[in-house]
Design a protein around this ligand. Structure first.
Ligand code: ADP
Ligand code: MG
Length: 714
């Protein structure tokens, strides 16, 4: 008898799938593994990076077919199912046809004992190269039953079916990504063999498992490959996703540990009185999320380890007041604090709001933008180092400005700034590293958040202030007859003394014929609403002009503000209840979400109108444009928007090159599994998490995420 070895991914990552010595170590119960493995097969595995036992085990199915749901072709032809169905059959005929318009149509005839389906694929997918006659396949698709009872499926999902349902006692059929020159059957047998001949192993202490209701590692691995029910799949998946997220956590912890040992920061003094003074006159009660995040920041600020924190919160979740708490704490502890915003308009608004929120405090607050006249005076104050609060644009990080006593830097709407800029602000050359908070609205893909800012601690404002009303979204074609309807909407809002935003994509008419530039839209609205105050705001205006417009907007003097996208981020006017987005099909989904977030900030019912470009209808804009409009109509949830945005734009475009490490995650989906990411973090930081456990996770991470390892540790 050869002793069984543990199902330890780390040791199994050392064992080649076809090394002779390993065949001894994983004894075969069926004897099949001692058969010679062909070179072709080995190369096929190598081409998808499966070299070791651990790689094979971590080759997770990408989906499952529930066997009880497999229909016979006859059943399909006689039912009137509307959605997708799955059937299985044999390929009996393959033909390829190219139309005169060069459209390639591939047709498979697929038969089972009860009938035949014709499956068609349109476009250059060369599906016929992956299958041949006599192949047994699964097909999943939406059937069309013709009058004569024949069935057709278009662009269906097809996969080799080499299950022997008599023998393979499966109720859930796992479907794997294809491994060249190899059948799923071999993979299955091999996996089965591994599971038969290994002992249970789990690096996670049982205490933690029961506390967080986590499935044991071994059963998770077994059930992800050989599940009996969908519950088993989801339990298994949960465990394995958490494992992968813990890999990331272990990396980030290591990075932080290295930072901690190499940088010393400021220990600020939290004074409960400051917080009370802040809250006293803001006119609302903090949400639970705000209170929680303020607590997280307080702890970081009190510690002498430099804070590096990402504050994520959907538009309107109330990030500013949280930031203000931190700024007050820094200044009251005798340091300078800086808040950097991406645009002048936003910097000015922050200045105004924060000044108001800080009215119970005596420290000085300065605004610094490139347009500011008395810059040199402020520069010298900055250099003197006396405690004060500085709010500005990237003018804050100009060459000439040298902070002398910077304790805290906050960057708002970070995705507008590059990574270099964030380090420029905090890299002030003083002995103490300033604390850093980066604030961002949710719709940056979480993948970006994690890979670029993974070394940051994460605070999430996952709650909107109560009393907020849902924003109703409409869309209108760019036709003459719809313009009148939009005017009617405006009338209704103006009647209630509410304010209206109207956003246009470009400022110069010459850019594109079909874009109604802000200027001409402005003329139209000015004429139509001659009794109201209609104003125009765009990026190229003088700062003083912009400032006065912002002032008038806040005091309610302006009824309709026509602007370019300058107002995209951050503008906060509670009395604004209608947002009209012109040429809406041209805006990105996140942009629409941000813009829509400019209304619905007070207690009044708000609306958003997506107005297509002139002469455009939903069916005549681009496919992406249409999907964006539809997505915006369907949801206003920032998390969902971020996901949809990613889908529409394509992962590749959203994730820069330096984030390609994400693809190393085999099962976790940073977009969908955010909650589990937080669970993984909680587990990893739990008091019960022994350093032995953490080190094992880190060791696994080094092996399974080599790309991340490279990015983070060189
Ligand atoms: P964002 O997270 O988008 O930057 P802001 O900080 O600008 O959001 O806050 C949006 C609006 O909600 C502001 O008018 C702010 O005064 C208000 N607000 C913030 N917190 C609360 C709260 N707890 N209750 C009610 N209103 C709040
Ligand atoms: Mg904001």
């Amino acid at each position: 008898m050869i002793p069984k070895i543990d199902l330890n991914l780390l040791t199994l990552s050392d064992k080649s799938l076809w090394g002779v010595e390993n065949l001894k170590e994983i004894p075969s119960s069926t004897g099949s593994s001692t058969k010679k493995i062909s070179k072709n097969k080995i190369n096929g595995f190598k081409s998808v990076n499966i070299l070791t036992y651990a790689d094979l085990i971590r080759y997770f199915p990408r989906r499952y077919i529930e066997r009880s749901k497999i229909m016979s072709i006859k059943e399909i032809s006689q039912s009137d199912v509307k959605g997708e169905v799955t059937f299985t059959g044999v390929v009996t005929d393959i033909s390829v046809f190219t139309t005169r318009t060069r459209l390639r149509i591939t047709t498979f005839k697929i038969s089972d004992d009860t009938g035949t389906v014709s499956a068609k694929w349109f476009g250059p997918q060369y599906i016929e190269r992956r299958f041949s006659k006599e192949d047994r396949v699964f097909i999943t698709g939406k059937p069309e039953v013709k009058k004569n009872g024949s069935v057709e499926v278009k662009n269906a999902y097809i996969e080799i079916n080499d299950y022997d349902f008599e023998k393979d006692n499966v109720s859930f059929v796992p479907i794997y990504r294809k491994i060249p020159n190899n059948s799923p059957n071999w993979t299955r047998k091999k996996l089965n063999q591994i599971f038969q001949n290994t002992n249970d192993y789990d690096p996670m202490p049982a205490k933690l498992r029961s506390k967080y209701k986590i499935a044991p590692r071994t059963s998770a691995l077994k059930n992800i490959h050989f599940p009996k029910s969908s519950e088993e799949v989801s339990k298994a998946r949960r465990r394995l996703v958490i494992d992968e997220f813990m890999y990331l956590q272990s990396f980030f912890h290591k990075v932080k540990e290295i930072n901690k040992n190499s940088q010393s920061g400021v220990s600020f003094i939290h004074n409960e009185k400051n917080l009370t003074l802040l809250i006293k006159d803001i006119g609302f009660k903090l949400t639970n999320a705000q209170t929680r995040v303020i607590g997280e920041i307080k702890e970081d600020m009190e510690s002498s380890v430099p804070m590096k924190r990402l504050l994520q919160g959907d538009v309107g979740s109330g990030k500013t007041v949280v930031a203000t708490y931190a700024l007050i704490t820094a200044v009251q502890s005798g340091y300078q604090a800086a808040l950097m915003a991406p645009t002048e308009v936003l910097a000015e608004q922050h200045y105004k709001n924060i000044k108001e929120m800080c009215k119970n405090f005596t420290f000085d607050i300065y605004l610094i933008t490139s347009a500011k006249k008395d810059k040199s005076r402020i520069q010298s104050i900055i250099e003197e180092g006396s405690p004060a609060l500085f709010i500005g644009t990237h003018a804050l990080i100009q060459e000439k400005i040298r902070f002398n006593n910077l304790g805290l830097a906050i960057i708002d709407e970070q995705h507008r700034f590059g990574v270099e800029q964030r380090s420029k602000l905090t890299d002030v050359g003083t002995s103490n590293t300033p604390d850093l908070i980066i604030m961002t609205a949710t719709p940056i893909p979480r993948t970006t958040a994690l890979t670029v800012y993974g070394d940051l601690d994460l605070s999430i404002l996952d709650e909107h202030p109560s009393g907020r009303k849902e924003i109703t979204t409409y869309y209108y074609d760019g036709l003459k007859e719809t313009q009148e309807k939009i005017f009617n909407h405006c009338d209704e809002h103006l009647k209630k003394n509410s304010q209206i935003f109207l956003v246009c994509p470009f400022i110069e008419e010459s850019e594109k014929m079909d874009i109604r530039a802000a200027q001409s839209v402005y003329e139209i609205y000015k004429e139509k609403f001659s009794n109201s105050n209609v104003e125009l705001l765009h990026g190229k205006m003088e700062s003083s002009q912009k400032e006065s417009i912002m002032r008038d907007l806040h005091t309610g003097k302006i009824d309709i503000l026509v602007s370019t996208v300058v107002i995209e981020v951050g503008i906060d006017v509670a009395n604004a209840t209608l947002m009209i987005i012109e040429s809406a099909e041209r805006f990105g989904l996140s942009q629409i979400h941000q813009l829509r977030g400019r209304v619905g900030r007070g207690s009044k019912k708000s609306e958003c109108i997506l107005h297509l470009s002139e002469k455009k209808k939903l069916d005549t804009v681009t496919i992406e444009g249409k999907s964006r409009i539809e997505a915006a109509m369907n949801t206003s949830d920032g998390f969902e928007i971020a996901d949809l945005d990613l889908k529409i734009r394509g992962e590749g475009k959203v994730l820069g090159k330096d984030q390609s490490g994400v693809s190393e995650l085999k099962i976790a989906d940073i977009k969908k599994d955010l909650e589990l990411l937080i669970t993984a973090k909680d587990i990893f930081e739990d008091k019960e998490a022994s350093s032995k456990f953490k080190n094992r996770i880190f060791d696994e991470a080094l092996v399974f995420l080599p790309h991340y390892k490279e990015i983070l540790f060189g």
